[in-house]
Design a protein around this ligand. Structure first.
Ligand code: FMN
Length: 217
């Protein structure tokens, strides 16, 4: 698949077919993730891929943690966001809520419980970085994650980045034996999209180029 097509087509997928993903394919997309550029070629990204019983164990633990603590999705900032950002979030909700509403489940519940269960995807990925790295190196990991999601899409696999579960990072580390010197940055669901699910029947929009690009000439 052409790179521009993959970029244009990729979207976060929140309902998956009950169809396993071959290990060969999983390794192929992680090999692409590992080809991302990084400062001094340090390649600070690390991934844990779970499926089968291990993924189910992780999901059980996350759901239990969520039942106890009920953390909801938020921007993760300490002060309220300026209006242009809240407006972007509001616009995303405008397309997401009617689609999710067709599942007859409250929107927040769908996102929170769905995130904790990797939206039923057969593969759940945890992205980590060594704690000794400064925050600027998270950028390198982000590049790798973008490579991963685009490569997955080009191979017919869908993904959804999941940040909500970071609230339960200790539970994830305990379940997967992730050592204390690793910081968990993101979860990612991966599998084959269920194209019939209302949860996948919308597209978020993006700002016009002039909003994000400033020219000096
Ligand atoms: C760092 C990060 C964290 C995210 N966390 C969640 C999450 O916890 N649950 C969820 O359903 N989607 C999550 N998303 C997906 C975003 O909602 C999605 O990327 C955004 O609405 C744009 O839509 P698109 O990915 O379909 O283009 C996250 C995305 C990123 C990049």
């Amino acid at each position: 698949m052409d790179l521009f097509t993959a970029i244009q087509e990729r979207k976060s997928v929140r309902a998956y077919l009950d169809k396993p993903v071959s290990r060969v394919l999983i390794e192929k997309v992680f090999t692409c993730a590992g080809s991302a550029p990084s400062a001094i070629n340090l390649q600070p990204w690390e991934f844990v891929a779970t499926h089968g019983e291990e993924k189910d164990r992780l999901v059980r633990r996350l759901k239990a943690a969520h039942r106890e603590r009920r953390v909801s999705c938020g921007p993760g900032t300490e002060s309220p966001l300026p209006q242009k950002y809240t407006e972007r979030g509001r616009r995303a909700l405008t397309v997401m809520e009617p689609a999710v509403g067709r599942l007859n489940i409250a929107f927040n519940r769908f996102i929170e419980e769905g995130s904790c269960s990797f939206y039923g995807a057969p593969v759940a990925v945890i992205v980590t970085i060594d704690r000794l790295f400064p925050a600027i190196r998270y950028l390198d990991v982000g590049l790798s994650v973008a490579y991963l999601m685009l490569a997955a899409h080009a191979e017919g696999l869908a993904t959804c980045p999941i940040g909500l579960i970071l609230e339960y990072a200790e539970d994830i580390s305990a379940t997967l034996n992730i050592s204390e010197d690793k910081r968990i940055l993101l979860g990612i669901s991966m599998g084959y999209e269920d194209p019939a699910s209302p949860a996948n029947q919308f597209h978020t929009d993006r700002e016009e180029l002039a909003e994000i690009l400033t020219w000096y000439e």
